[in-house]
Design a protein around this ligand. Structure first.
Ligand SMILES: NC(=O)c1ccc[n+]([C@@H]2O[C@H](COP(=O)([O-])OP(=O)(O)OC[C@H]3O[C@@H](n4cnc5c(N)ncnc54)[C@H](OP(=O)(O)O)[C@@H]3O)[C@@H](O)[C@H]2O)c1
Length: 230
């Protein structure tokens, strides 16, 4: 891989943290954000950013932009909330939309001017197989994740002529991150439903991210990484 400046939102936990460490250890220039979870390592490369605060995102990106180029934005910040719609707490429901879709857009909105000016950019969003499966209790999460598909395609069309690609990864269930909150009995059921009969190894995510960074003609699409689950 050439020299990139890789910016990862939600790098304090789970997949974002994993990707941060993989890229950092392979010698790339990586910058991460945390919100509530203070990182224990590599603090000098982290900034506290709430993706719902567009000013804090702009400040983070402009602080990096003056000394960096070849931007890659990996939008890992995200939350989930499980509840049947008729019992839903509206504040919690709206929070999922605010962070997963509006927060992702805030980050993209802040970085696009720099990418367009430099004539290069890679944006990678994180969606989920849940968006296409109809899983009870996931109305907020699935709505936010399917909204990312439309956003991804539109932004790809708007920015392709400027050397920018925008894609998403449609993840199944991985052995990392937010899966830790799923009760074991439910996890057993999920694993039974996955044709591969196992949770995904995050190295699959790293490989896909590298592929998308290195590919200038893969644009406005998504990669399903799910062990055969649809
Ligand atoms: N793990 C899976 O199997 C799986 C499957 C499908 C899709 N995904 C998607 O992959 C992405 C990463 O998931 P994960 O499993 O790694 O989740 P995770 O372990 O729960 O980590 C979520 C990250 O998002 C950050 N975050 C939450 N609210 C934020 C806010 N308001 N502003 C900035 N950052 C915020 C958290 O930061 P703090 O802790 O510092 O607050 C944390 O670093 C998510 O978009 C998720 O929907 C994951």
């Amino acid at each position: 891989m050439a020299n990139y400046s890789i910016l990862i939102t939600g790098a304090s936990q789970g997949i974002g943290k994993y990707l941060f460490e993989e890229f950092h250890c392979k010698g790339h220039k990586v910058f991460g954000t945390y919100n509530k979870t203070q990182p224990q390592r590599y603090e000098e490369f982290f900034s506290k950013v709430d993706v719902n605060n567009s000013m804090s995102l702009s400040n983070w990106i402009s602080s990096i932009a003056s000394t960096s180029e070849n931007f890659v934005l990996i939008n890992c910040a995200g939350i989930t909330y499980n509840s049947f719609a008729h019992k839903t707490n509206l504040d919690e429901w709206n929070k999922v939309i605010d962070i997963n879709i509006k927060g992702t857009f805030n980050a993209i909105h802040a970085i696009l001017p720099y990418m367009r000016e430099k004539g290069f950019g890679r944006i990678i969003n994180f969606s989920s197989v849940v968006a296409q499966m109809g899983v009870p209790g996931t109305s907020a999460y699935s709505a936010s994740k399917s909204a990312l598909w439309g956003l991804t395609k539109t932004l790809a069309a708007e920015n392709a002529s400027k050397g920018i690609t925008v894609n998403s990864l449609n993840l199944g269930y991985f052995d990392i991150g937010m899966i830790k909150d799923v009760p074991q009995a439910m996890l057993n059921k999920i694993m039974e439903s996955i044709p591969a009969k196992a949770l995904g190894n995050p190295v699959n995510i790293f490989n896909a991210v590298r592929f998308l960074i290195d590919s200038d003609y893969v644009n406005g699409t998504h990669i399903d990484i799910n062990g055969g689950l649809f």
